[in-house]
Write a protein that binds this ligand. Structure first.
Ligand SMILES: [Fe+2]
Length: 170
């Protein structure tokens, strides 16, 4: 018999799966467009690989609990609306907006995995707890990297923006 707590855990895992799929889309779009910020591009590409693996691991937890990932449409739509609002694509300061959006998104992921760890612990779902504890440091590392690099990215953007015939935005 499934408890209410287990139902909530499964819902939140579905949300996390949708979140990772959205992250992959956002990061892929950003990386494709970046030309003049090679370090940022490389770090994002690394995190795209991590994100794909995370989505698979979360899907594994969902399936082990007897759920499927087809009920994610609502959550995905909500996340997409939020992500698109934040991503700032096609604006003149695109690389800065993308840095802010990615930083915010990573923190939402961090909060989600912390919530999942607590829920899995309460449910006695050792495997889900272990998976989420494995994913969490990857999100924290990405968030920390973005925070450390933000001043450099902003200053590089501003310098390029001052220079005639130079693309600053991506
Ligand atoms: Fe992630």
């Amino acid at each position: 018999m499934t408890t209410r707590a287990e139902e909530n855990l499964l819902d939140w895992l579905r949300d996390a799966h949708a979140m990772e799929e959205q992250a992959e889309k956002m990061l892929t779009k950003t990386a494709e467009r970046l030309e003049n910020y090679p370090e940022l591009k490389a770090r994002i590409q690394q995190h795209i690989e991590e994100t794909r693996r995370q989505a698979q691991m979360v899907r594994g937890c969902i399936e082990r609990l007897g759920g499927d990932t087809s009920a994610v449409k609502d959550a995905t739509a909500k996340m997409m609306a939020m992500a698109q609002g934040m991503s700032g694509m096609f604006v003149s300061d695109e690389v800065v907006k993308a840095s802010l959006a990615s930083y915010a998104f990573e923190h939402m992921e961090i909060a989600s995995y912390r919530a999942l760890i607590a829920a899995a612990e309460l449910c006695g779902d050792v495997e889900t707890q272990r998976v989420c504890e494995q994913i969490l440091p990857e999100e924290e590392a990405m968030a920390n990297w973005l925070a450390e690099r933000l001043p450099g990215t902003v200053q590089k953007f501003l310098a390029r923006d001052e220079t005639p015939d130079t693309t600053a935005k991506h």
